[in-house]
Design a binder for this molecule. Structure first.
Ligand code: 5GP
Length: 191
């Protein structure tokens, strides 16, 4: 065992959680390391294997499920599996760091259930579903179909916000970044 902590950021796709997580990772005094998830989805343009994700074939992903190698996993979109390998958390704790996650709502809640005391679970709420659609379109990384799929999922995910320890409303990015910093700093420095 160890006294490493877990910081979970979950939110609908496009709500800005990745921006918040990246900002926190730059603050060295927080001593955070990003949990690199495994996924069976295809790599997007600038993504790097072993940095953004561990990109696995569908077959490899499924054999890891069978071998009980995941702390949590989810078929986030059809045939697109995502999960946290147990070895990933062990790797980060061995560095003496706290783990920060950018994962979907059910994965986030599962981590909280597995490590209730060690985990701070944060839900990032986009201003509205319409705003979310605009942000996803601006990102230009997904087709119209995929955007609609993500928006449909987002509506369901918004309903789970009250299950998290804290909700951050991301209607003003600077405010959200500052709020996230304060929350995480307080949590990692507490005994
Ligand atoms: P994207 O395809 O945009 O990189 O991610 C799609 C969704 O999968 C996002 O909501 C992201 O947070 C979620 N996700 C990424 N990694 C994991 C993971 O390890 N476990 C779970 N449950 N969801 C993940």
């Amino acid at each position: 065992m160890n006294n490493g902590k877990l910081i979970v950021f979950s939110a609908p796709s496009g709500s800005g959680k990745t921006t918040i997580v990246r900002h926190l990772l730059k603050q060295n005094e927080l001593n955070l390391e990003f949990s690199i998830s495994a996924t069976s989805r295809e790599k997007r343009g600038i993504e790097i294997d072993g940095k953004d994700y561990y990109f696995l074939s569908l077959e490899d992903f499924k054999s890891n499920i069978k071998n009980d190698s995941f702390l949590e996993w989810e078929e986030v979109y059809r045939d697109n599996f995502y999960g946290t390998l147990k070895t990933e958390v062990e790797r980060i704790w061995a560095l003496g760091k706290h783990v920060i996650f950018d994962i979907d709502v059910s994965g986030g809640l599962r981590i909280k259930r597995k490590f209730p005391e060690q985990t701070l679970s944060i839900f990032v709420k986009p201003p509205s579903i319409d705003e979310l659609k605009i942000r996803l379109k601006k990102r230009k990384t997904e087709s119209e179909d995929k955007i609609n799929m993500r928006v449909a999922k987002a509506s369901a995910e918004l309903a789970t916000a009250p299950l998290f320890d804290v909700i951050i409303e991301n209607d003003n990015l600077d405010k959200a970044l500052n709020e996230a910093y304060q929350l995480v700093n307080t949590f990692v420095t507490a005994n």
